[in-house]
Design a binder for this molecule. Sequence first.
Ligand code: F6P
Length: 342
Amino acid sequence: MRVGVLTGGGDCPGLNAVIRGAVRKGVQEYGYEFIGYRDGWRGPLEGDTLPLAIPNVRGILPRGGTILGSSRTNPLKSRDGVRRIKDNLAKAEVDALIVIGGEDTLGVAAELHGSYGVNCVGVPKTIDNDLSATDYTFGFDTAVSIATEAIDRLHTTAESHMRVLVVEVMGRHAGWIALHSGLAGGANVILIPEQRFDIDQVCSWVTSRFQASYAPIVVIAEGAMPKDGEAVLKDGTKDSFGHVRLSGVGEWLAKEIEARTGKEARTTVLGHVQRGGTPTAFDRWLATRFGLHAIDAVREGDFGAMVSLRGTDVVRVPIAEATARLKTVDPGLYREVGVFFG
Ligand code: F6P
């Protein structure tokens, strides 16, 4: 058996741990051969491969990023994409593909398997934790830890100057990183894409925080929107889910707070720092288990399946279940943390 592996979409701490887990078990227990595809779906589309044997996965467990490279190439959008992938897999004598990705990359795997019979097993990844059909994705814990540490640091500088510190974290469609890091970091306001915010309400929370002699920290997900967001924010584009994406919401919010409350405000955009560097122990643990289970799914011929965390168990679900809709923050959970606002 010869197994191809690819990593697609935004990189994510823990990708290398999945690759290592699958290769180690596949080679040592099942005697399989592996081949790496470079840069997500671009690899199989163009037949661009690299060696993937035990020596190639040595020492990669704590390394962020992906040794295979990544891209957002979607072969279904290119002419002859499916035929080229099938030809290249056949040429390289690849029997099965382990596809590690988020909603776009896994959506391609679901389609290639469902409509064209390509033997794919999916492994979910995203720092955003917004994939359905799994309780957690690896990468999320690392991103939350990085954001929490940043918030801890911003508290002390905010209080030294009695300023508002607005922290913009990743999360275009889901506020999981904002919610978890904001709660862990003791933020006074957390704003998420799932719920439009009222700027007057935010300013009143900020003011009440100053009245209690504290400098407020406002955590905002990059996809959060004020009630009339489309009118006040620029650079709107629609993504593949039909959601409007706007840029610069953190900067915009700090300016509004300053203008409305008379308090000085600064913005920190954490950006790709949240995706870089070494994975946390939890992410290494989860990613390694996903890799071990993915190669078992290959061995059992369970194609079209994706490995998933349910409670403490790794189970299998249809890939399509994970890509059908996003997992967003439940309004009840958001209300629960709202007790700390202001
Ligand atoms: O999906 C992961 C993610 O990091 C999002 O949180 C973020 O909006 C996006 O990717 C950024 O993408 P890129 O690295 O292509 O700018």
